[in-house]
Design a protein around this ligand. Structure first.
Ligand code: GLA
Length: 375
């Protein structure tokens, strides 16, 4: 760790992970999502080093690397690319604004668990450099360039949800985000006697990154077919279920299922917000289960470990909702559990999961917190 030239860091940034209550795999089709920033986070410390190089240290990985600002290229090491990509895209927007810096990174966000450690890192780097070099980026610019970094340097063609939630999250609030217009509304996260817990399957199947881009392509294929008859639609989530059903015999079954899922999930998000505003938690929870069934049967991004955990809760009347969360193929389920049964539920789920898969299940208790901030 000798390369850090100046240990007295000037800027400290905390950048959180995110949860998503409902609205999964609809962001890149212009749908509505309901995420929130959480109290688990990445802490980044920055210092100007007055050179033309950047020295990055990951305390978790116990690794460091150097970036030459004259030669910003993709790396073979995945986590480097989140940082390289953000620097590259800041320079696209504001040429030569990033100078040499030292950065130390420390995280309590579990990797590969679907709570978006990647967006937390990207947005944390963007915010830190914005502060350190007084670049003048707006929140929306930081959100967008962080997403672009993931597309071009990491290779995941993600939507905007994660970066938006990470930057714009507010303590005790959910964000209802329209991913087409980026209009958003803060919704009080009031679940009464129910508390949120994530259950981390501790599996991250290889399919996670490759199949993500495949799903995005499949949604585009569906949209292109629909546009031949209805050119007014520019995004898949705009298409009403009734219109999608007209294509049942025209589209290949798989593509039809993807499209049907997207339009239904988009509507479910809006229904869930209505239920929450009316304090109808039973309805809210029911929609979470429906979301999971859609992700399993129509969008096919779940896996046996996630399905097992959701099924495990189905008949427990103190769990009002459960579903897989994030990109899928592993990671966490999100569960709304009555506070009186919270701890016993976690113990029971752990025991059942251990027995079924011979694997540890890790609960992640989350509180809804503010987005990326300077400390
Ligand atoms: C990942 C992506 C997001 C979103 C979710 C699924 O987290 O980064 O853009 O598509 O998957 O909802």
């Amino acid at each position: 760790m000798t390369n850090i030239q100046n240990p007295d860091f000037e800027i400290i940034i905390e950048s959180p992970g995110r949860i998503n209550l409902i609205g999964e795999h609809v962001d890149y089709s212009g749908g509505h999502v309901l995420p929130a920033a959480i109290d688990k986070k990445i802490t980044l410390r920055f210092k100007n080093n007055n050179t033309n190089s950047c020295f990055i240290v990951s305390k978790n990985f116990k690794k460091q690397f150097e970036i030459n600002l004259d030669n910003l290229l993709r790396s073979d090491t995945e986590w480097h690319n989140y940082i390289l990509g953000v620097i590259f895209h800041i320079n696209v927007l504001k040429p030569n604004s990033v100078k040499g810096f030292d950065c130390e990174i420390e995280s309590n966000l579990p990797l590969g668990s679907g709570i978006s450690s990647s967006a937390a890192l990207e947005c944390g780097v963007a915010k830190g450099l914005n502060e350190l070099f007084d670049i003048g980026l707006t929140d929306i610019e930081m959100i967008t360039l962080s997403k672009d970094a993931e597309h071009t340097f990491v290779g995941t063609k993600c939507g905007i949800m994660d970066q938006f939630a990470v930057v714009k999250g507010k303590k005790d609030h959910l964000l209802l985000l329209n991913c087409e217009t980026l209009d958003h509304e803060l919704i009080k996260a009031d679940f009464g006697d129910y508390k949120i817990t994530l259950l981390n399957t501790n599996v991250s199947h290889n399919l996670a990154s490759s199949e993500y881009n495949v799903r995005r392509d499949e949604c585009n294929t569906a949209l292109e077919a629909i546009q031949k008859k209805y050119p007014e639609y520019t995004l898949l989530a705009q298409v009403r279920p009734k219109v999608i059903r007209e294509f049942e015999k025209i589209l290949p079954k798989k593509i039809y299922n993807r499209a049907l899922y997207v339009t239904k999930e988009n509507r479910r998000t809006l229904k869930a917000v209505k239920a929450l505003k009316e304090n109808d938690l039973a309805r809210f929870g029911e929609l979470l289960y429906k979301s999971h069934r859609g992700l399993t049967n129509l969008f096919e991004v779940s896996c046996k470990e996630l399905d097992f955990l959701v099924d495990f809760t189905q008949d427990l009347d103190y769990v009002i909702g459960s579903r897989m969360m994030g990109g899928g193929f592993g990671g966490c389920t999100i569960n709304l559990v009555h506070k009186d049964y919270f701890d016993s539920f976690i113990e029971d789920a752990k025991a059942a999961y251990q027995e079924k898969f011979d694997l540890d299940l890790t609960p992640i208790k989350v509180a809804i917190s503010d987005g990326t901030r300077k400390v």
